[in-house]
Write a protein that binds this ligand. Structure first.
Ligand SMILES: C[S@@+](CC[C@H](N)C(=O)[O-])C[C@H]1O[C@@H](n2cnc3c(N)ncnc32)[C@H](O)[C@@H]1O
Length: 254
């Protein structure tokens, strides 16, 4: 009996996901039109505003404060990363920004756990895969749990020894989840990489968003950090960690 219920549950879940995917095909032309509009916009500040301010379906959308993500984009633009790893693809807004800021021919990996709040399905992913194509940017989408062995194996395979210049963490916001994303992906980073994480200023009293707890620990461990908080007390905040030669020594022992 239990087996039958479970099986039905799984089938039902798959059916809902499948029906959702069919509906998502209708979004594809609108998403492509929005991408064309963004591609035609040269001014980065305007691009940031365009992806942050309207969240209607059929648009590429970043769930970010425009001032904060704009500031991070300015840093990333100075660096022109060749390899970017993002955790938390969702509606493709930050992924689109990375595709604009990366070097020609760059590789961008973006991990998103299917079935989570915010994750998107194959038709929409087919749009994201073409971000930056005109500049030979390669977008590799990994529909996986970032904490899984499978995700690490895939990331290693795609990188094939290359190092990550920018790690953007915006997936699982629990303390254990964001902690694993930070420490477990450090070995993939270039010695002068930057790591940015979203929601460092959300009060730790919100049980679903515990990034601030990790952020306080990272600072206490002596990592080189900088907080970008547009409106203290109300905006979510982005934390930037600059790697250096001593970074690995600050990693706590397991
Ligand atoms: C806040 S959204 C990301 C927003 C996006 N970076 C932007 O602003 O454009 C968080 C995403 O992380 C994904 N996620 C949650 N837990 C995850 C995990 N363990 N591994 C990978 N992705 C996860 C969710 O599916 C969701 O799509």
């Amino acid at each position: 009996m239990v087996r039958a219920v479970n099986k039905r549950g799984t089938l039902w879940g798959k059916l809902r996901w499948g029906v959702g995917a069919l509906r998502d095909w209708r979004l594809v032309p609108r998403l492509r039109a929005h991408q064309r509009e963004l591609d035609a916009t040269e001014d980065l500040g305007q691009v940031v505003r365009q992806v942050c301010l309207r969240r209607d379906r059929g648009r590429i959308y970043a769930n970010q404060d425009p001032t904060e993500i704009g500031e991070l984009c300015r840093r990333v633009a100075q660096r022109r990363p060749a390899v970017i790893l993002e955790i938390g693809t969702a509606r493709g807004g930050t992924l689109y920004l990375w595709s604009r800021l990366a070097q020609d021919g760059a590789t961008i990996l973006s991990i998103d756990k299917p079935g989570e709040d915010g994750s998107v399905r194959a038709p929409v992913l087919s749009v994201y895969r073409r971000f930056g194509q005109d500049r030979d940017v390669r977008v590799v989408l990994l529909p996986l749990d970032s904490h899984s062995e499978g995700a690490h194996a895939k990331v290693s395979r795609v990188l094939a020894g290359r190092k990550v210049d920018l790690l953007f963490i915006d997936g699982d916001h629990s303390y254990e989840g964001v902690r694993a994303d930070f420490y477990d992906y450090l070995p993939y980073l270039a010695p002068d990489a930057i790591v940015a994480m979203h929601d460092i200023a959300v009060p730790a009293s919100d049980p679903a968003i515990q990034v601030q707890r990790l952020w306080d620990e990272i600072r206490a461990r002596g990592f080189k950090t900088e907080a970008v908080i547009a409106e203290p007390g109300s905006s979510p905040g982005i934390g930037i960690v600059s790697m250096d030669d001593a970074a690995q020594q600050r990693v706590p022992s397991p």
